[in-house]
Design a protein around this ligand. Sequence first.
Ligand code: UTP
Length: 316
Amino acid sequence: RDLHSFPTRRSSDLLQVMTSSTNHKILRKAIFPVAGLGSRFLPATKASPKEMMPVVDKPLIQYAVEEAVSAGITEMIFVTGRAKRAIADHFDKAYELEHQLEKSGKRELLEIAQGVVPKGVSCTYIRQTEALGLGHAVLTAAHLIGDEPFAVLLADDLIHCEVSALKQMAEQHNFYGSSVVAVQQVSGAAISAYGVISGVQQGDRLYLLDGIVEKPKVKDAPSDMGVTGRYIFSPQIFEHLRALKPGAGGEYQLTDAIQMLLMQEQVIAYEFHGTRYDCGSKLGLLRANIELGLEHPEIGNELRVFLKNELFQKLQ
Ligand code: UTP
């Protein structure tokens, strides 16, 4: 790993295990900001949020909820925008559909429809009246979180791996008791589309953050480690979100609140195991569909044959 861009390690830069009881509370709640405009996907996102776009046969938001469940989270909080109904309907009981499937003996499909929200999991919806930025979206849900740690998942980042990315992060959070942001290495000019960290590497895949900046120019990027859409925060983040002023792009940036948080308490960056698909971009969504399609028990084999025998020939 090329880490030359990180500051050299100082003796005071050691990770601490935090002792505050708030930070070690069990992770139960997750916020899903789904109120963005999704303008890169117009017209698909004109009447429905981009998080409802499917990868093979599941909307992006369901992958994210399943990931949260795998990390032990039971309270899902959706920050919705204009087209909120599609998401609420997806996680609601579909009486008519279930009745039809039962009547026609389609048991497998019935189970799929009924299993969208696992037992013991609750969903709450709250409105972000204007898309003022990710920081603003997270702050909108503050009163539903209270004084405990919580996760934030951006469903348009689909992370595919054996042990879910959020579960990997929750393990770090449970051990160190501090906020954790997910990072991955980003090469070349693409780094300027990310929040970028600076910090000191501390063992395998862990960094102690000492700075974070949103969408820097390539020449100003403090490292090649970009933040991806998974976070675990201590509730102290809210006090910094409340103090935010519009940042990059005129939006209230979550990154700016993280910068303030890390000056107050320890924040960790964790380089997760797994493949991330940027499903907020057309190419990323297509890649995810192809790669997850290849693994799908129903269509995987046929897709492989199609790609090899038909598509590959056309590309020659
Ligand atoms: P993006 O930066 O991808 O913005 O948001 P966007 O508006 O959804 O998409 P484009 O760029 O116009 O195509 C990252 C995440 O933050 C949420 C989005 O729904 C997405 O999950 N978000 C963003 C909000 O919930 N509210 C906001 O005000 C901004």
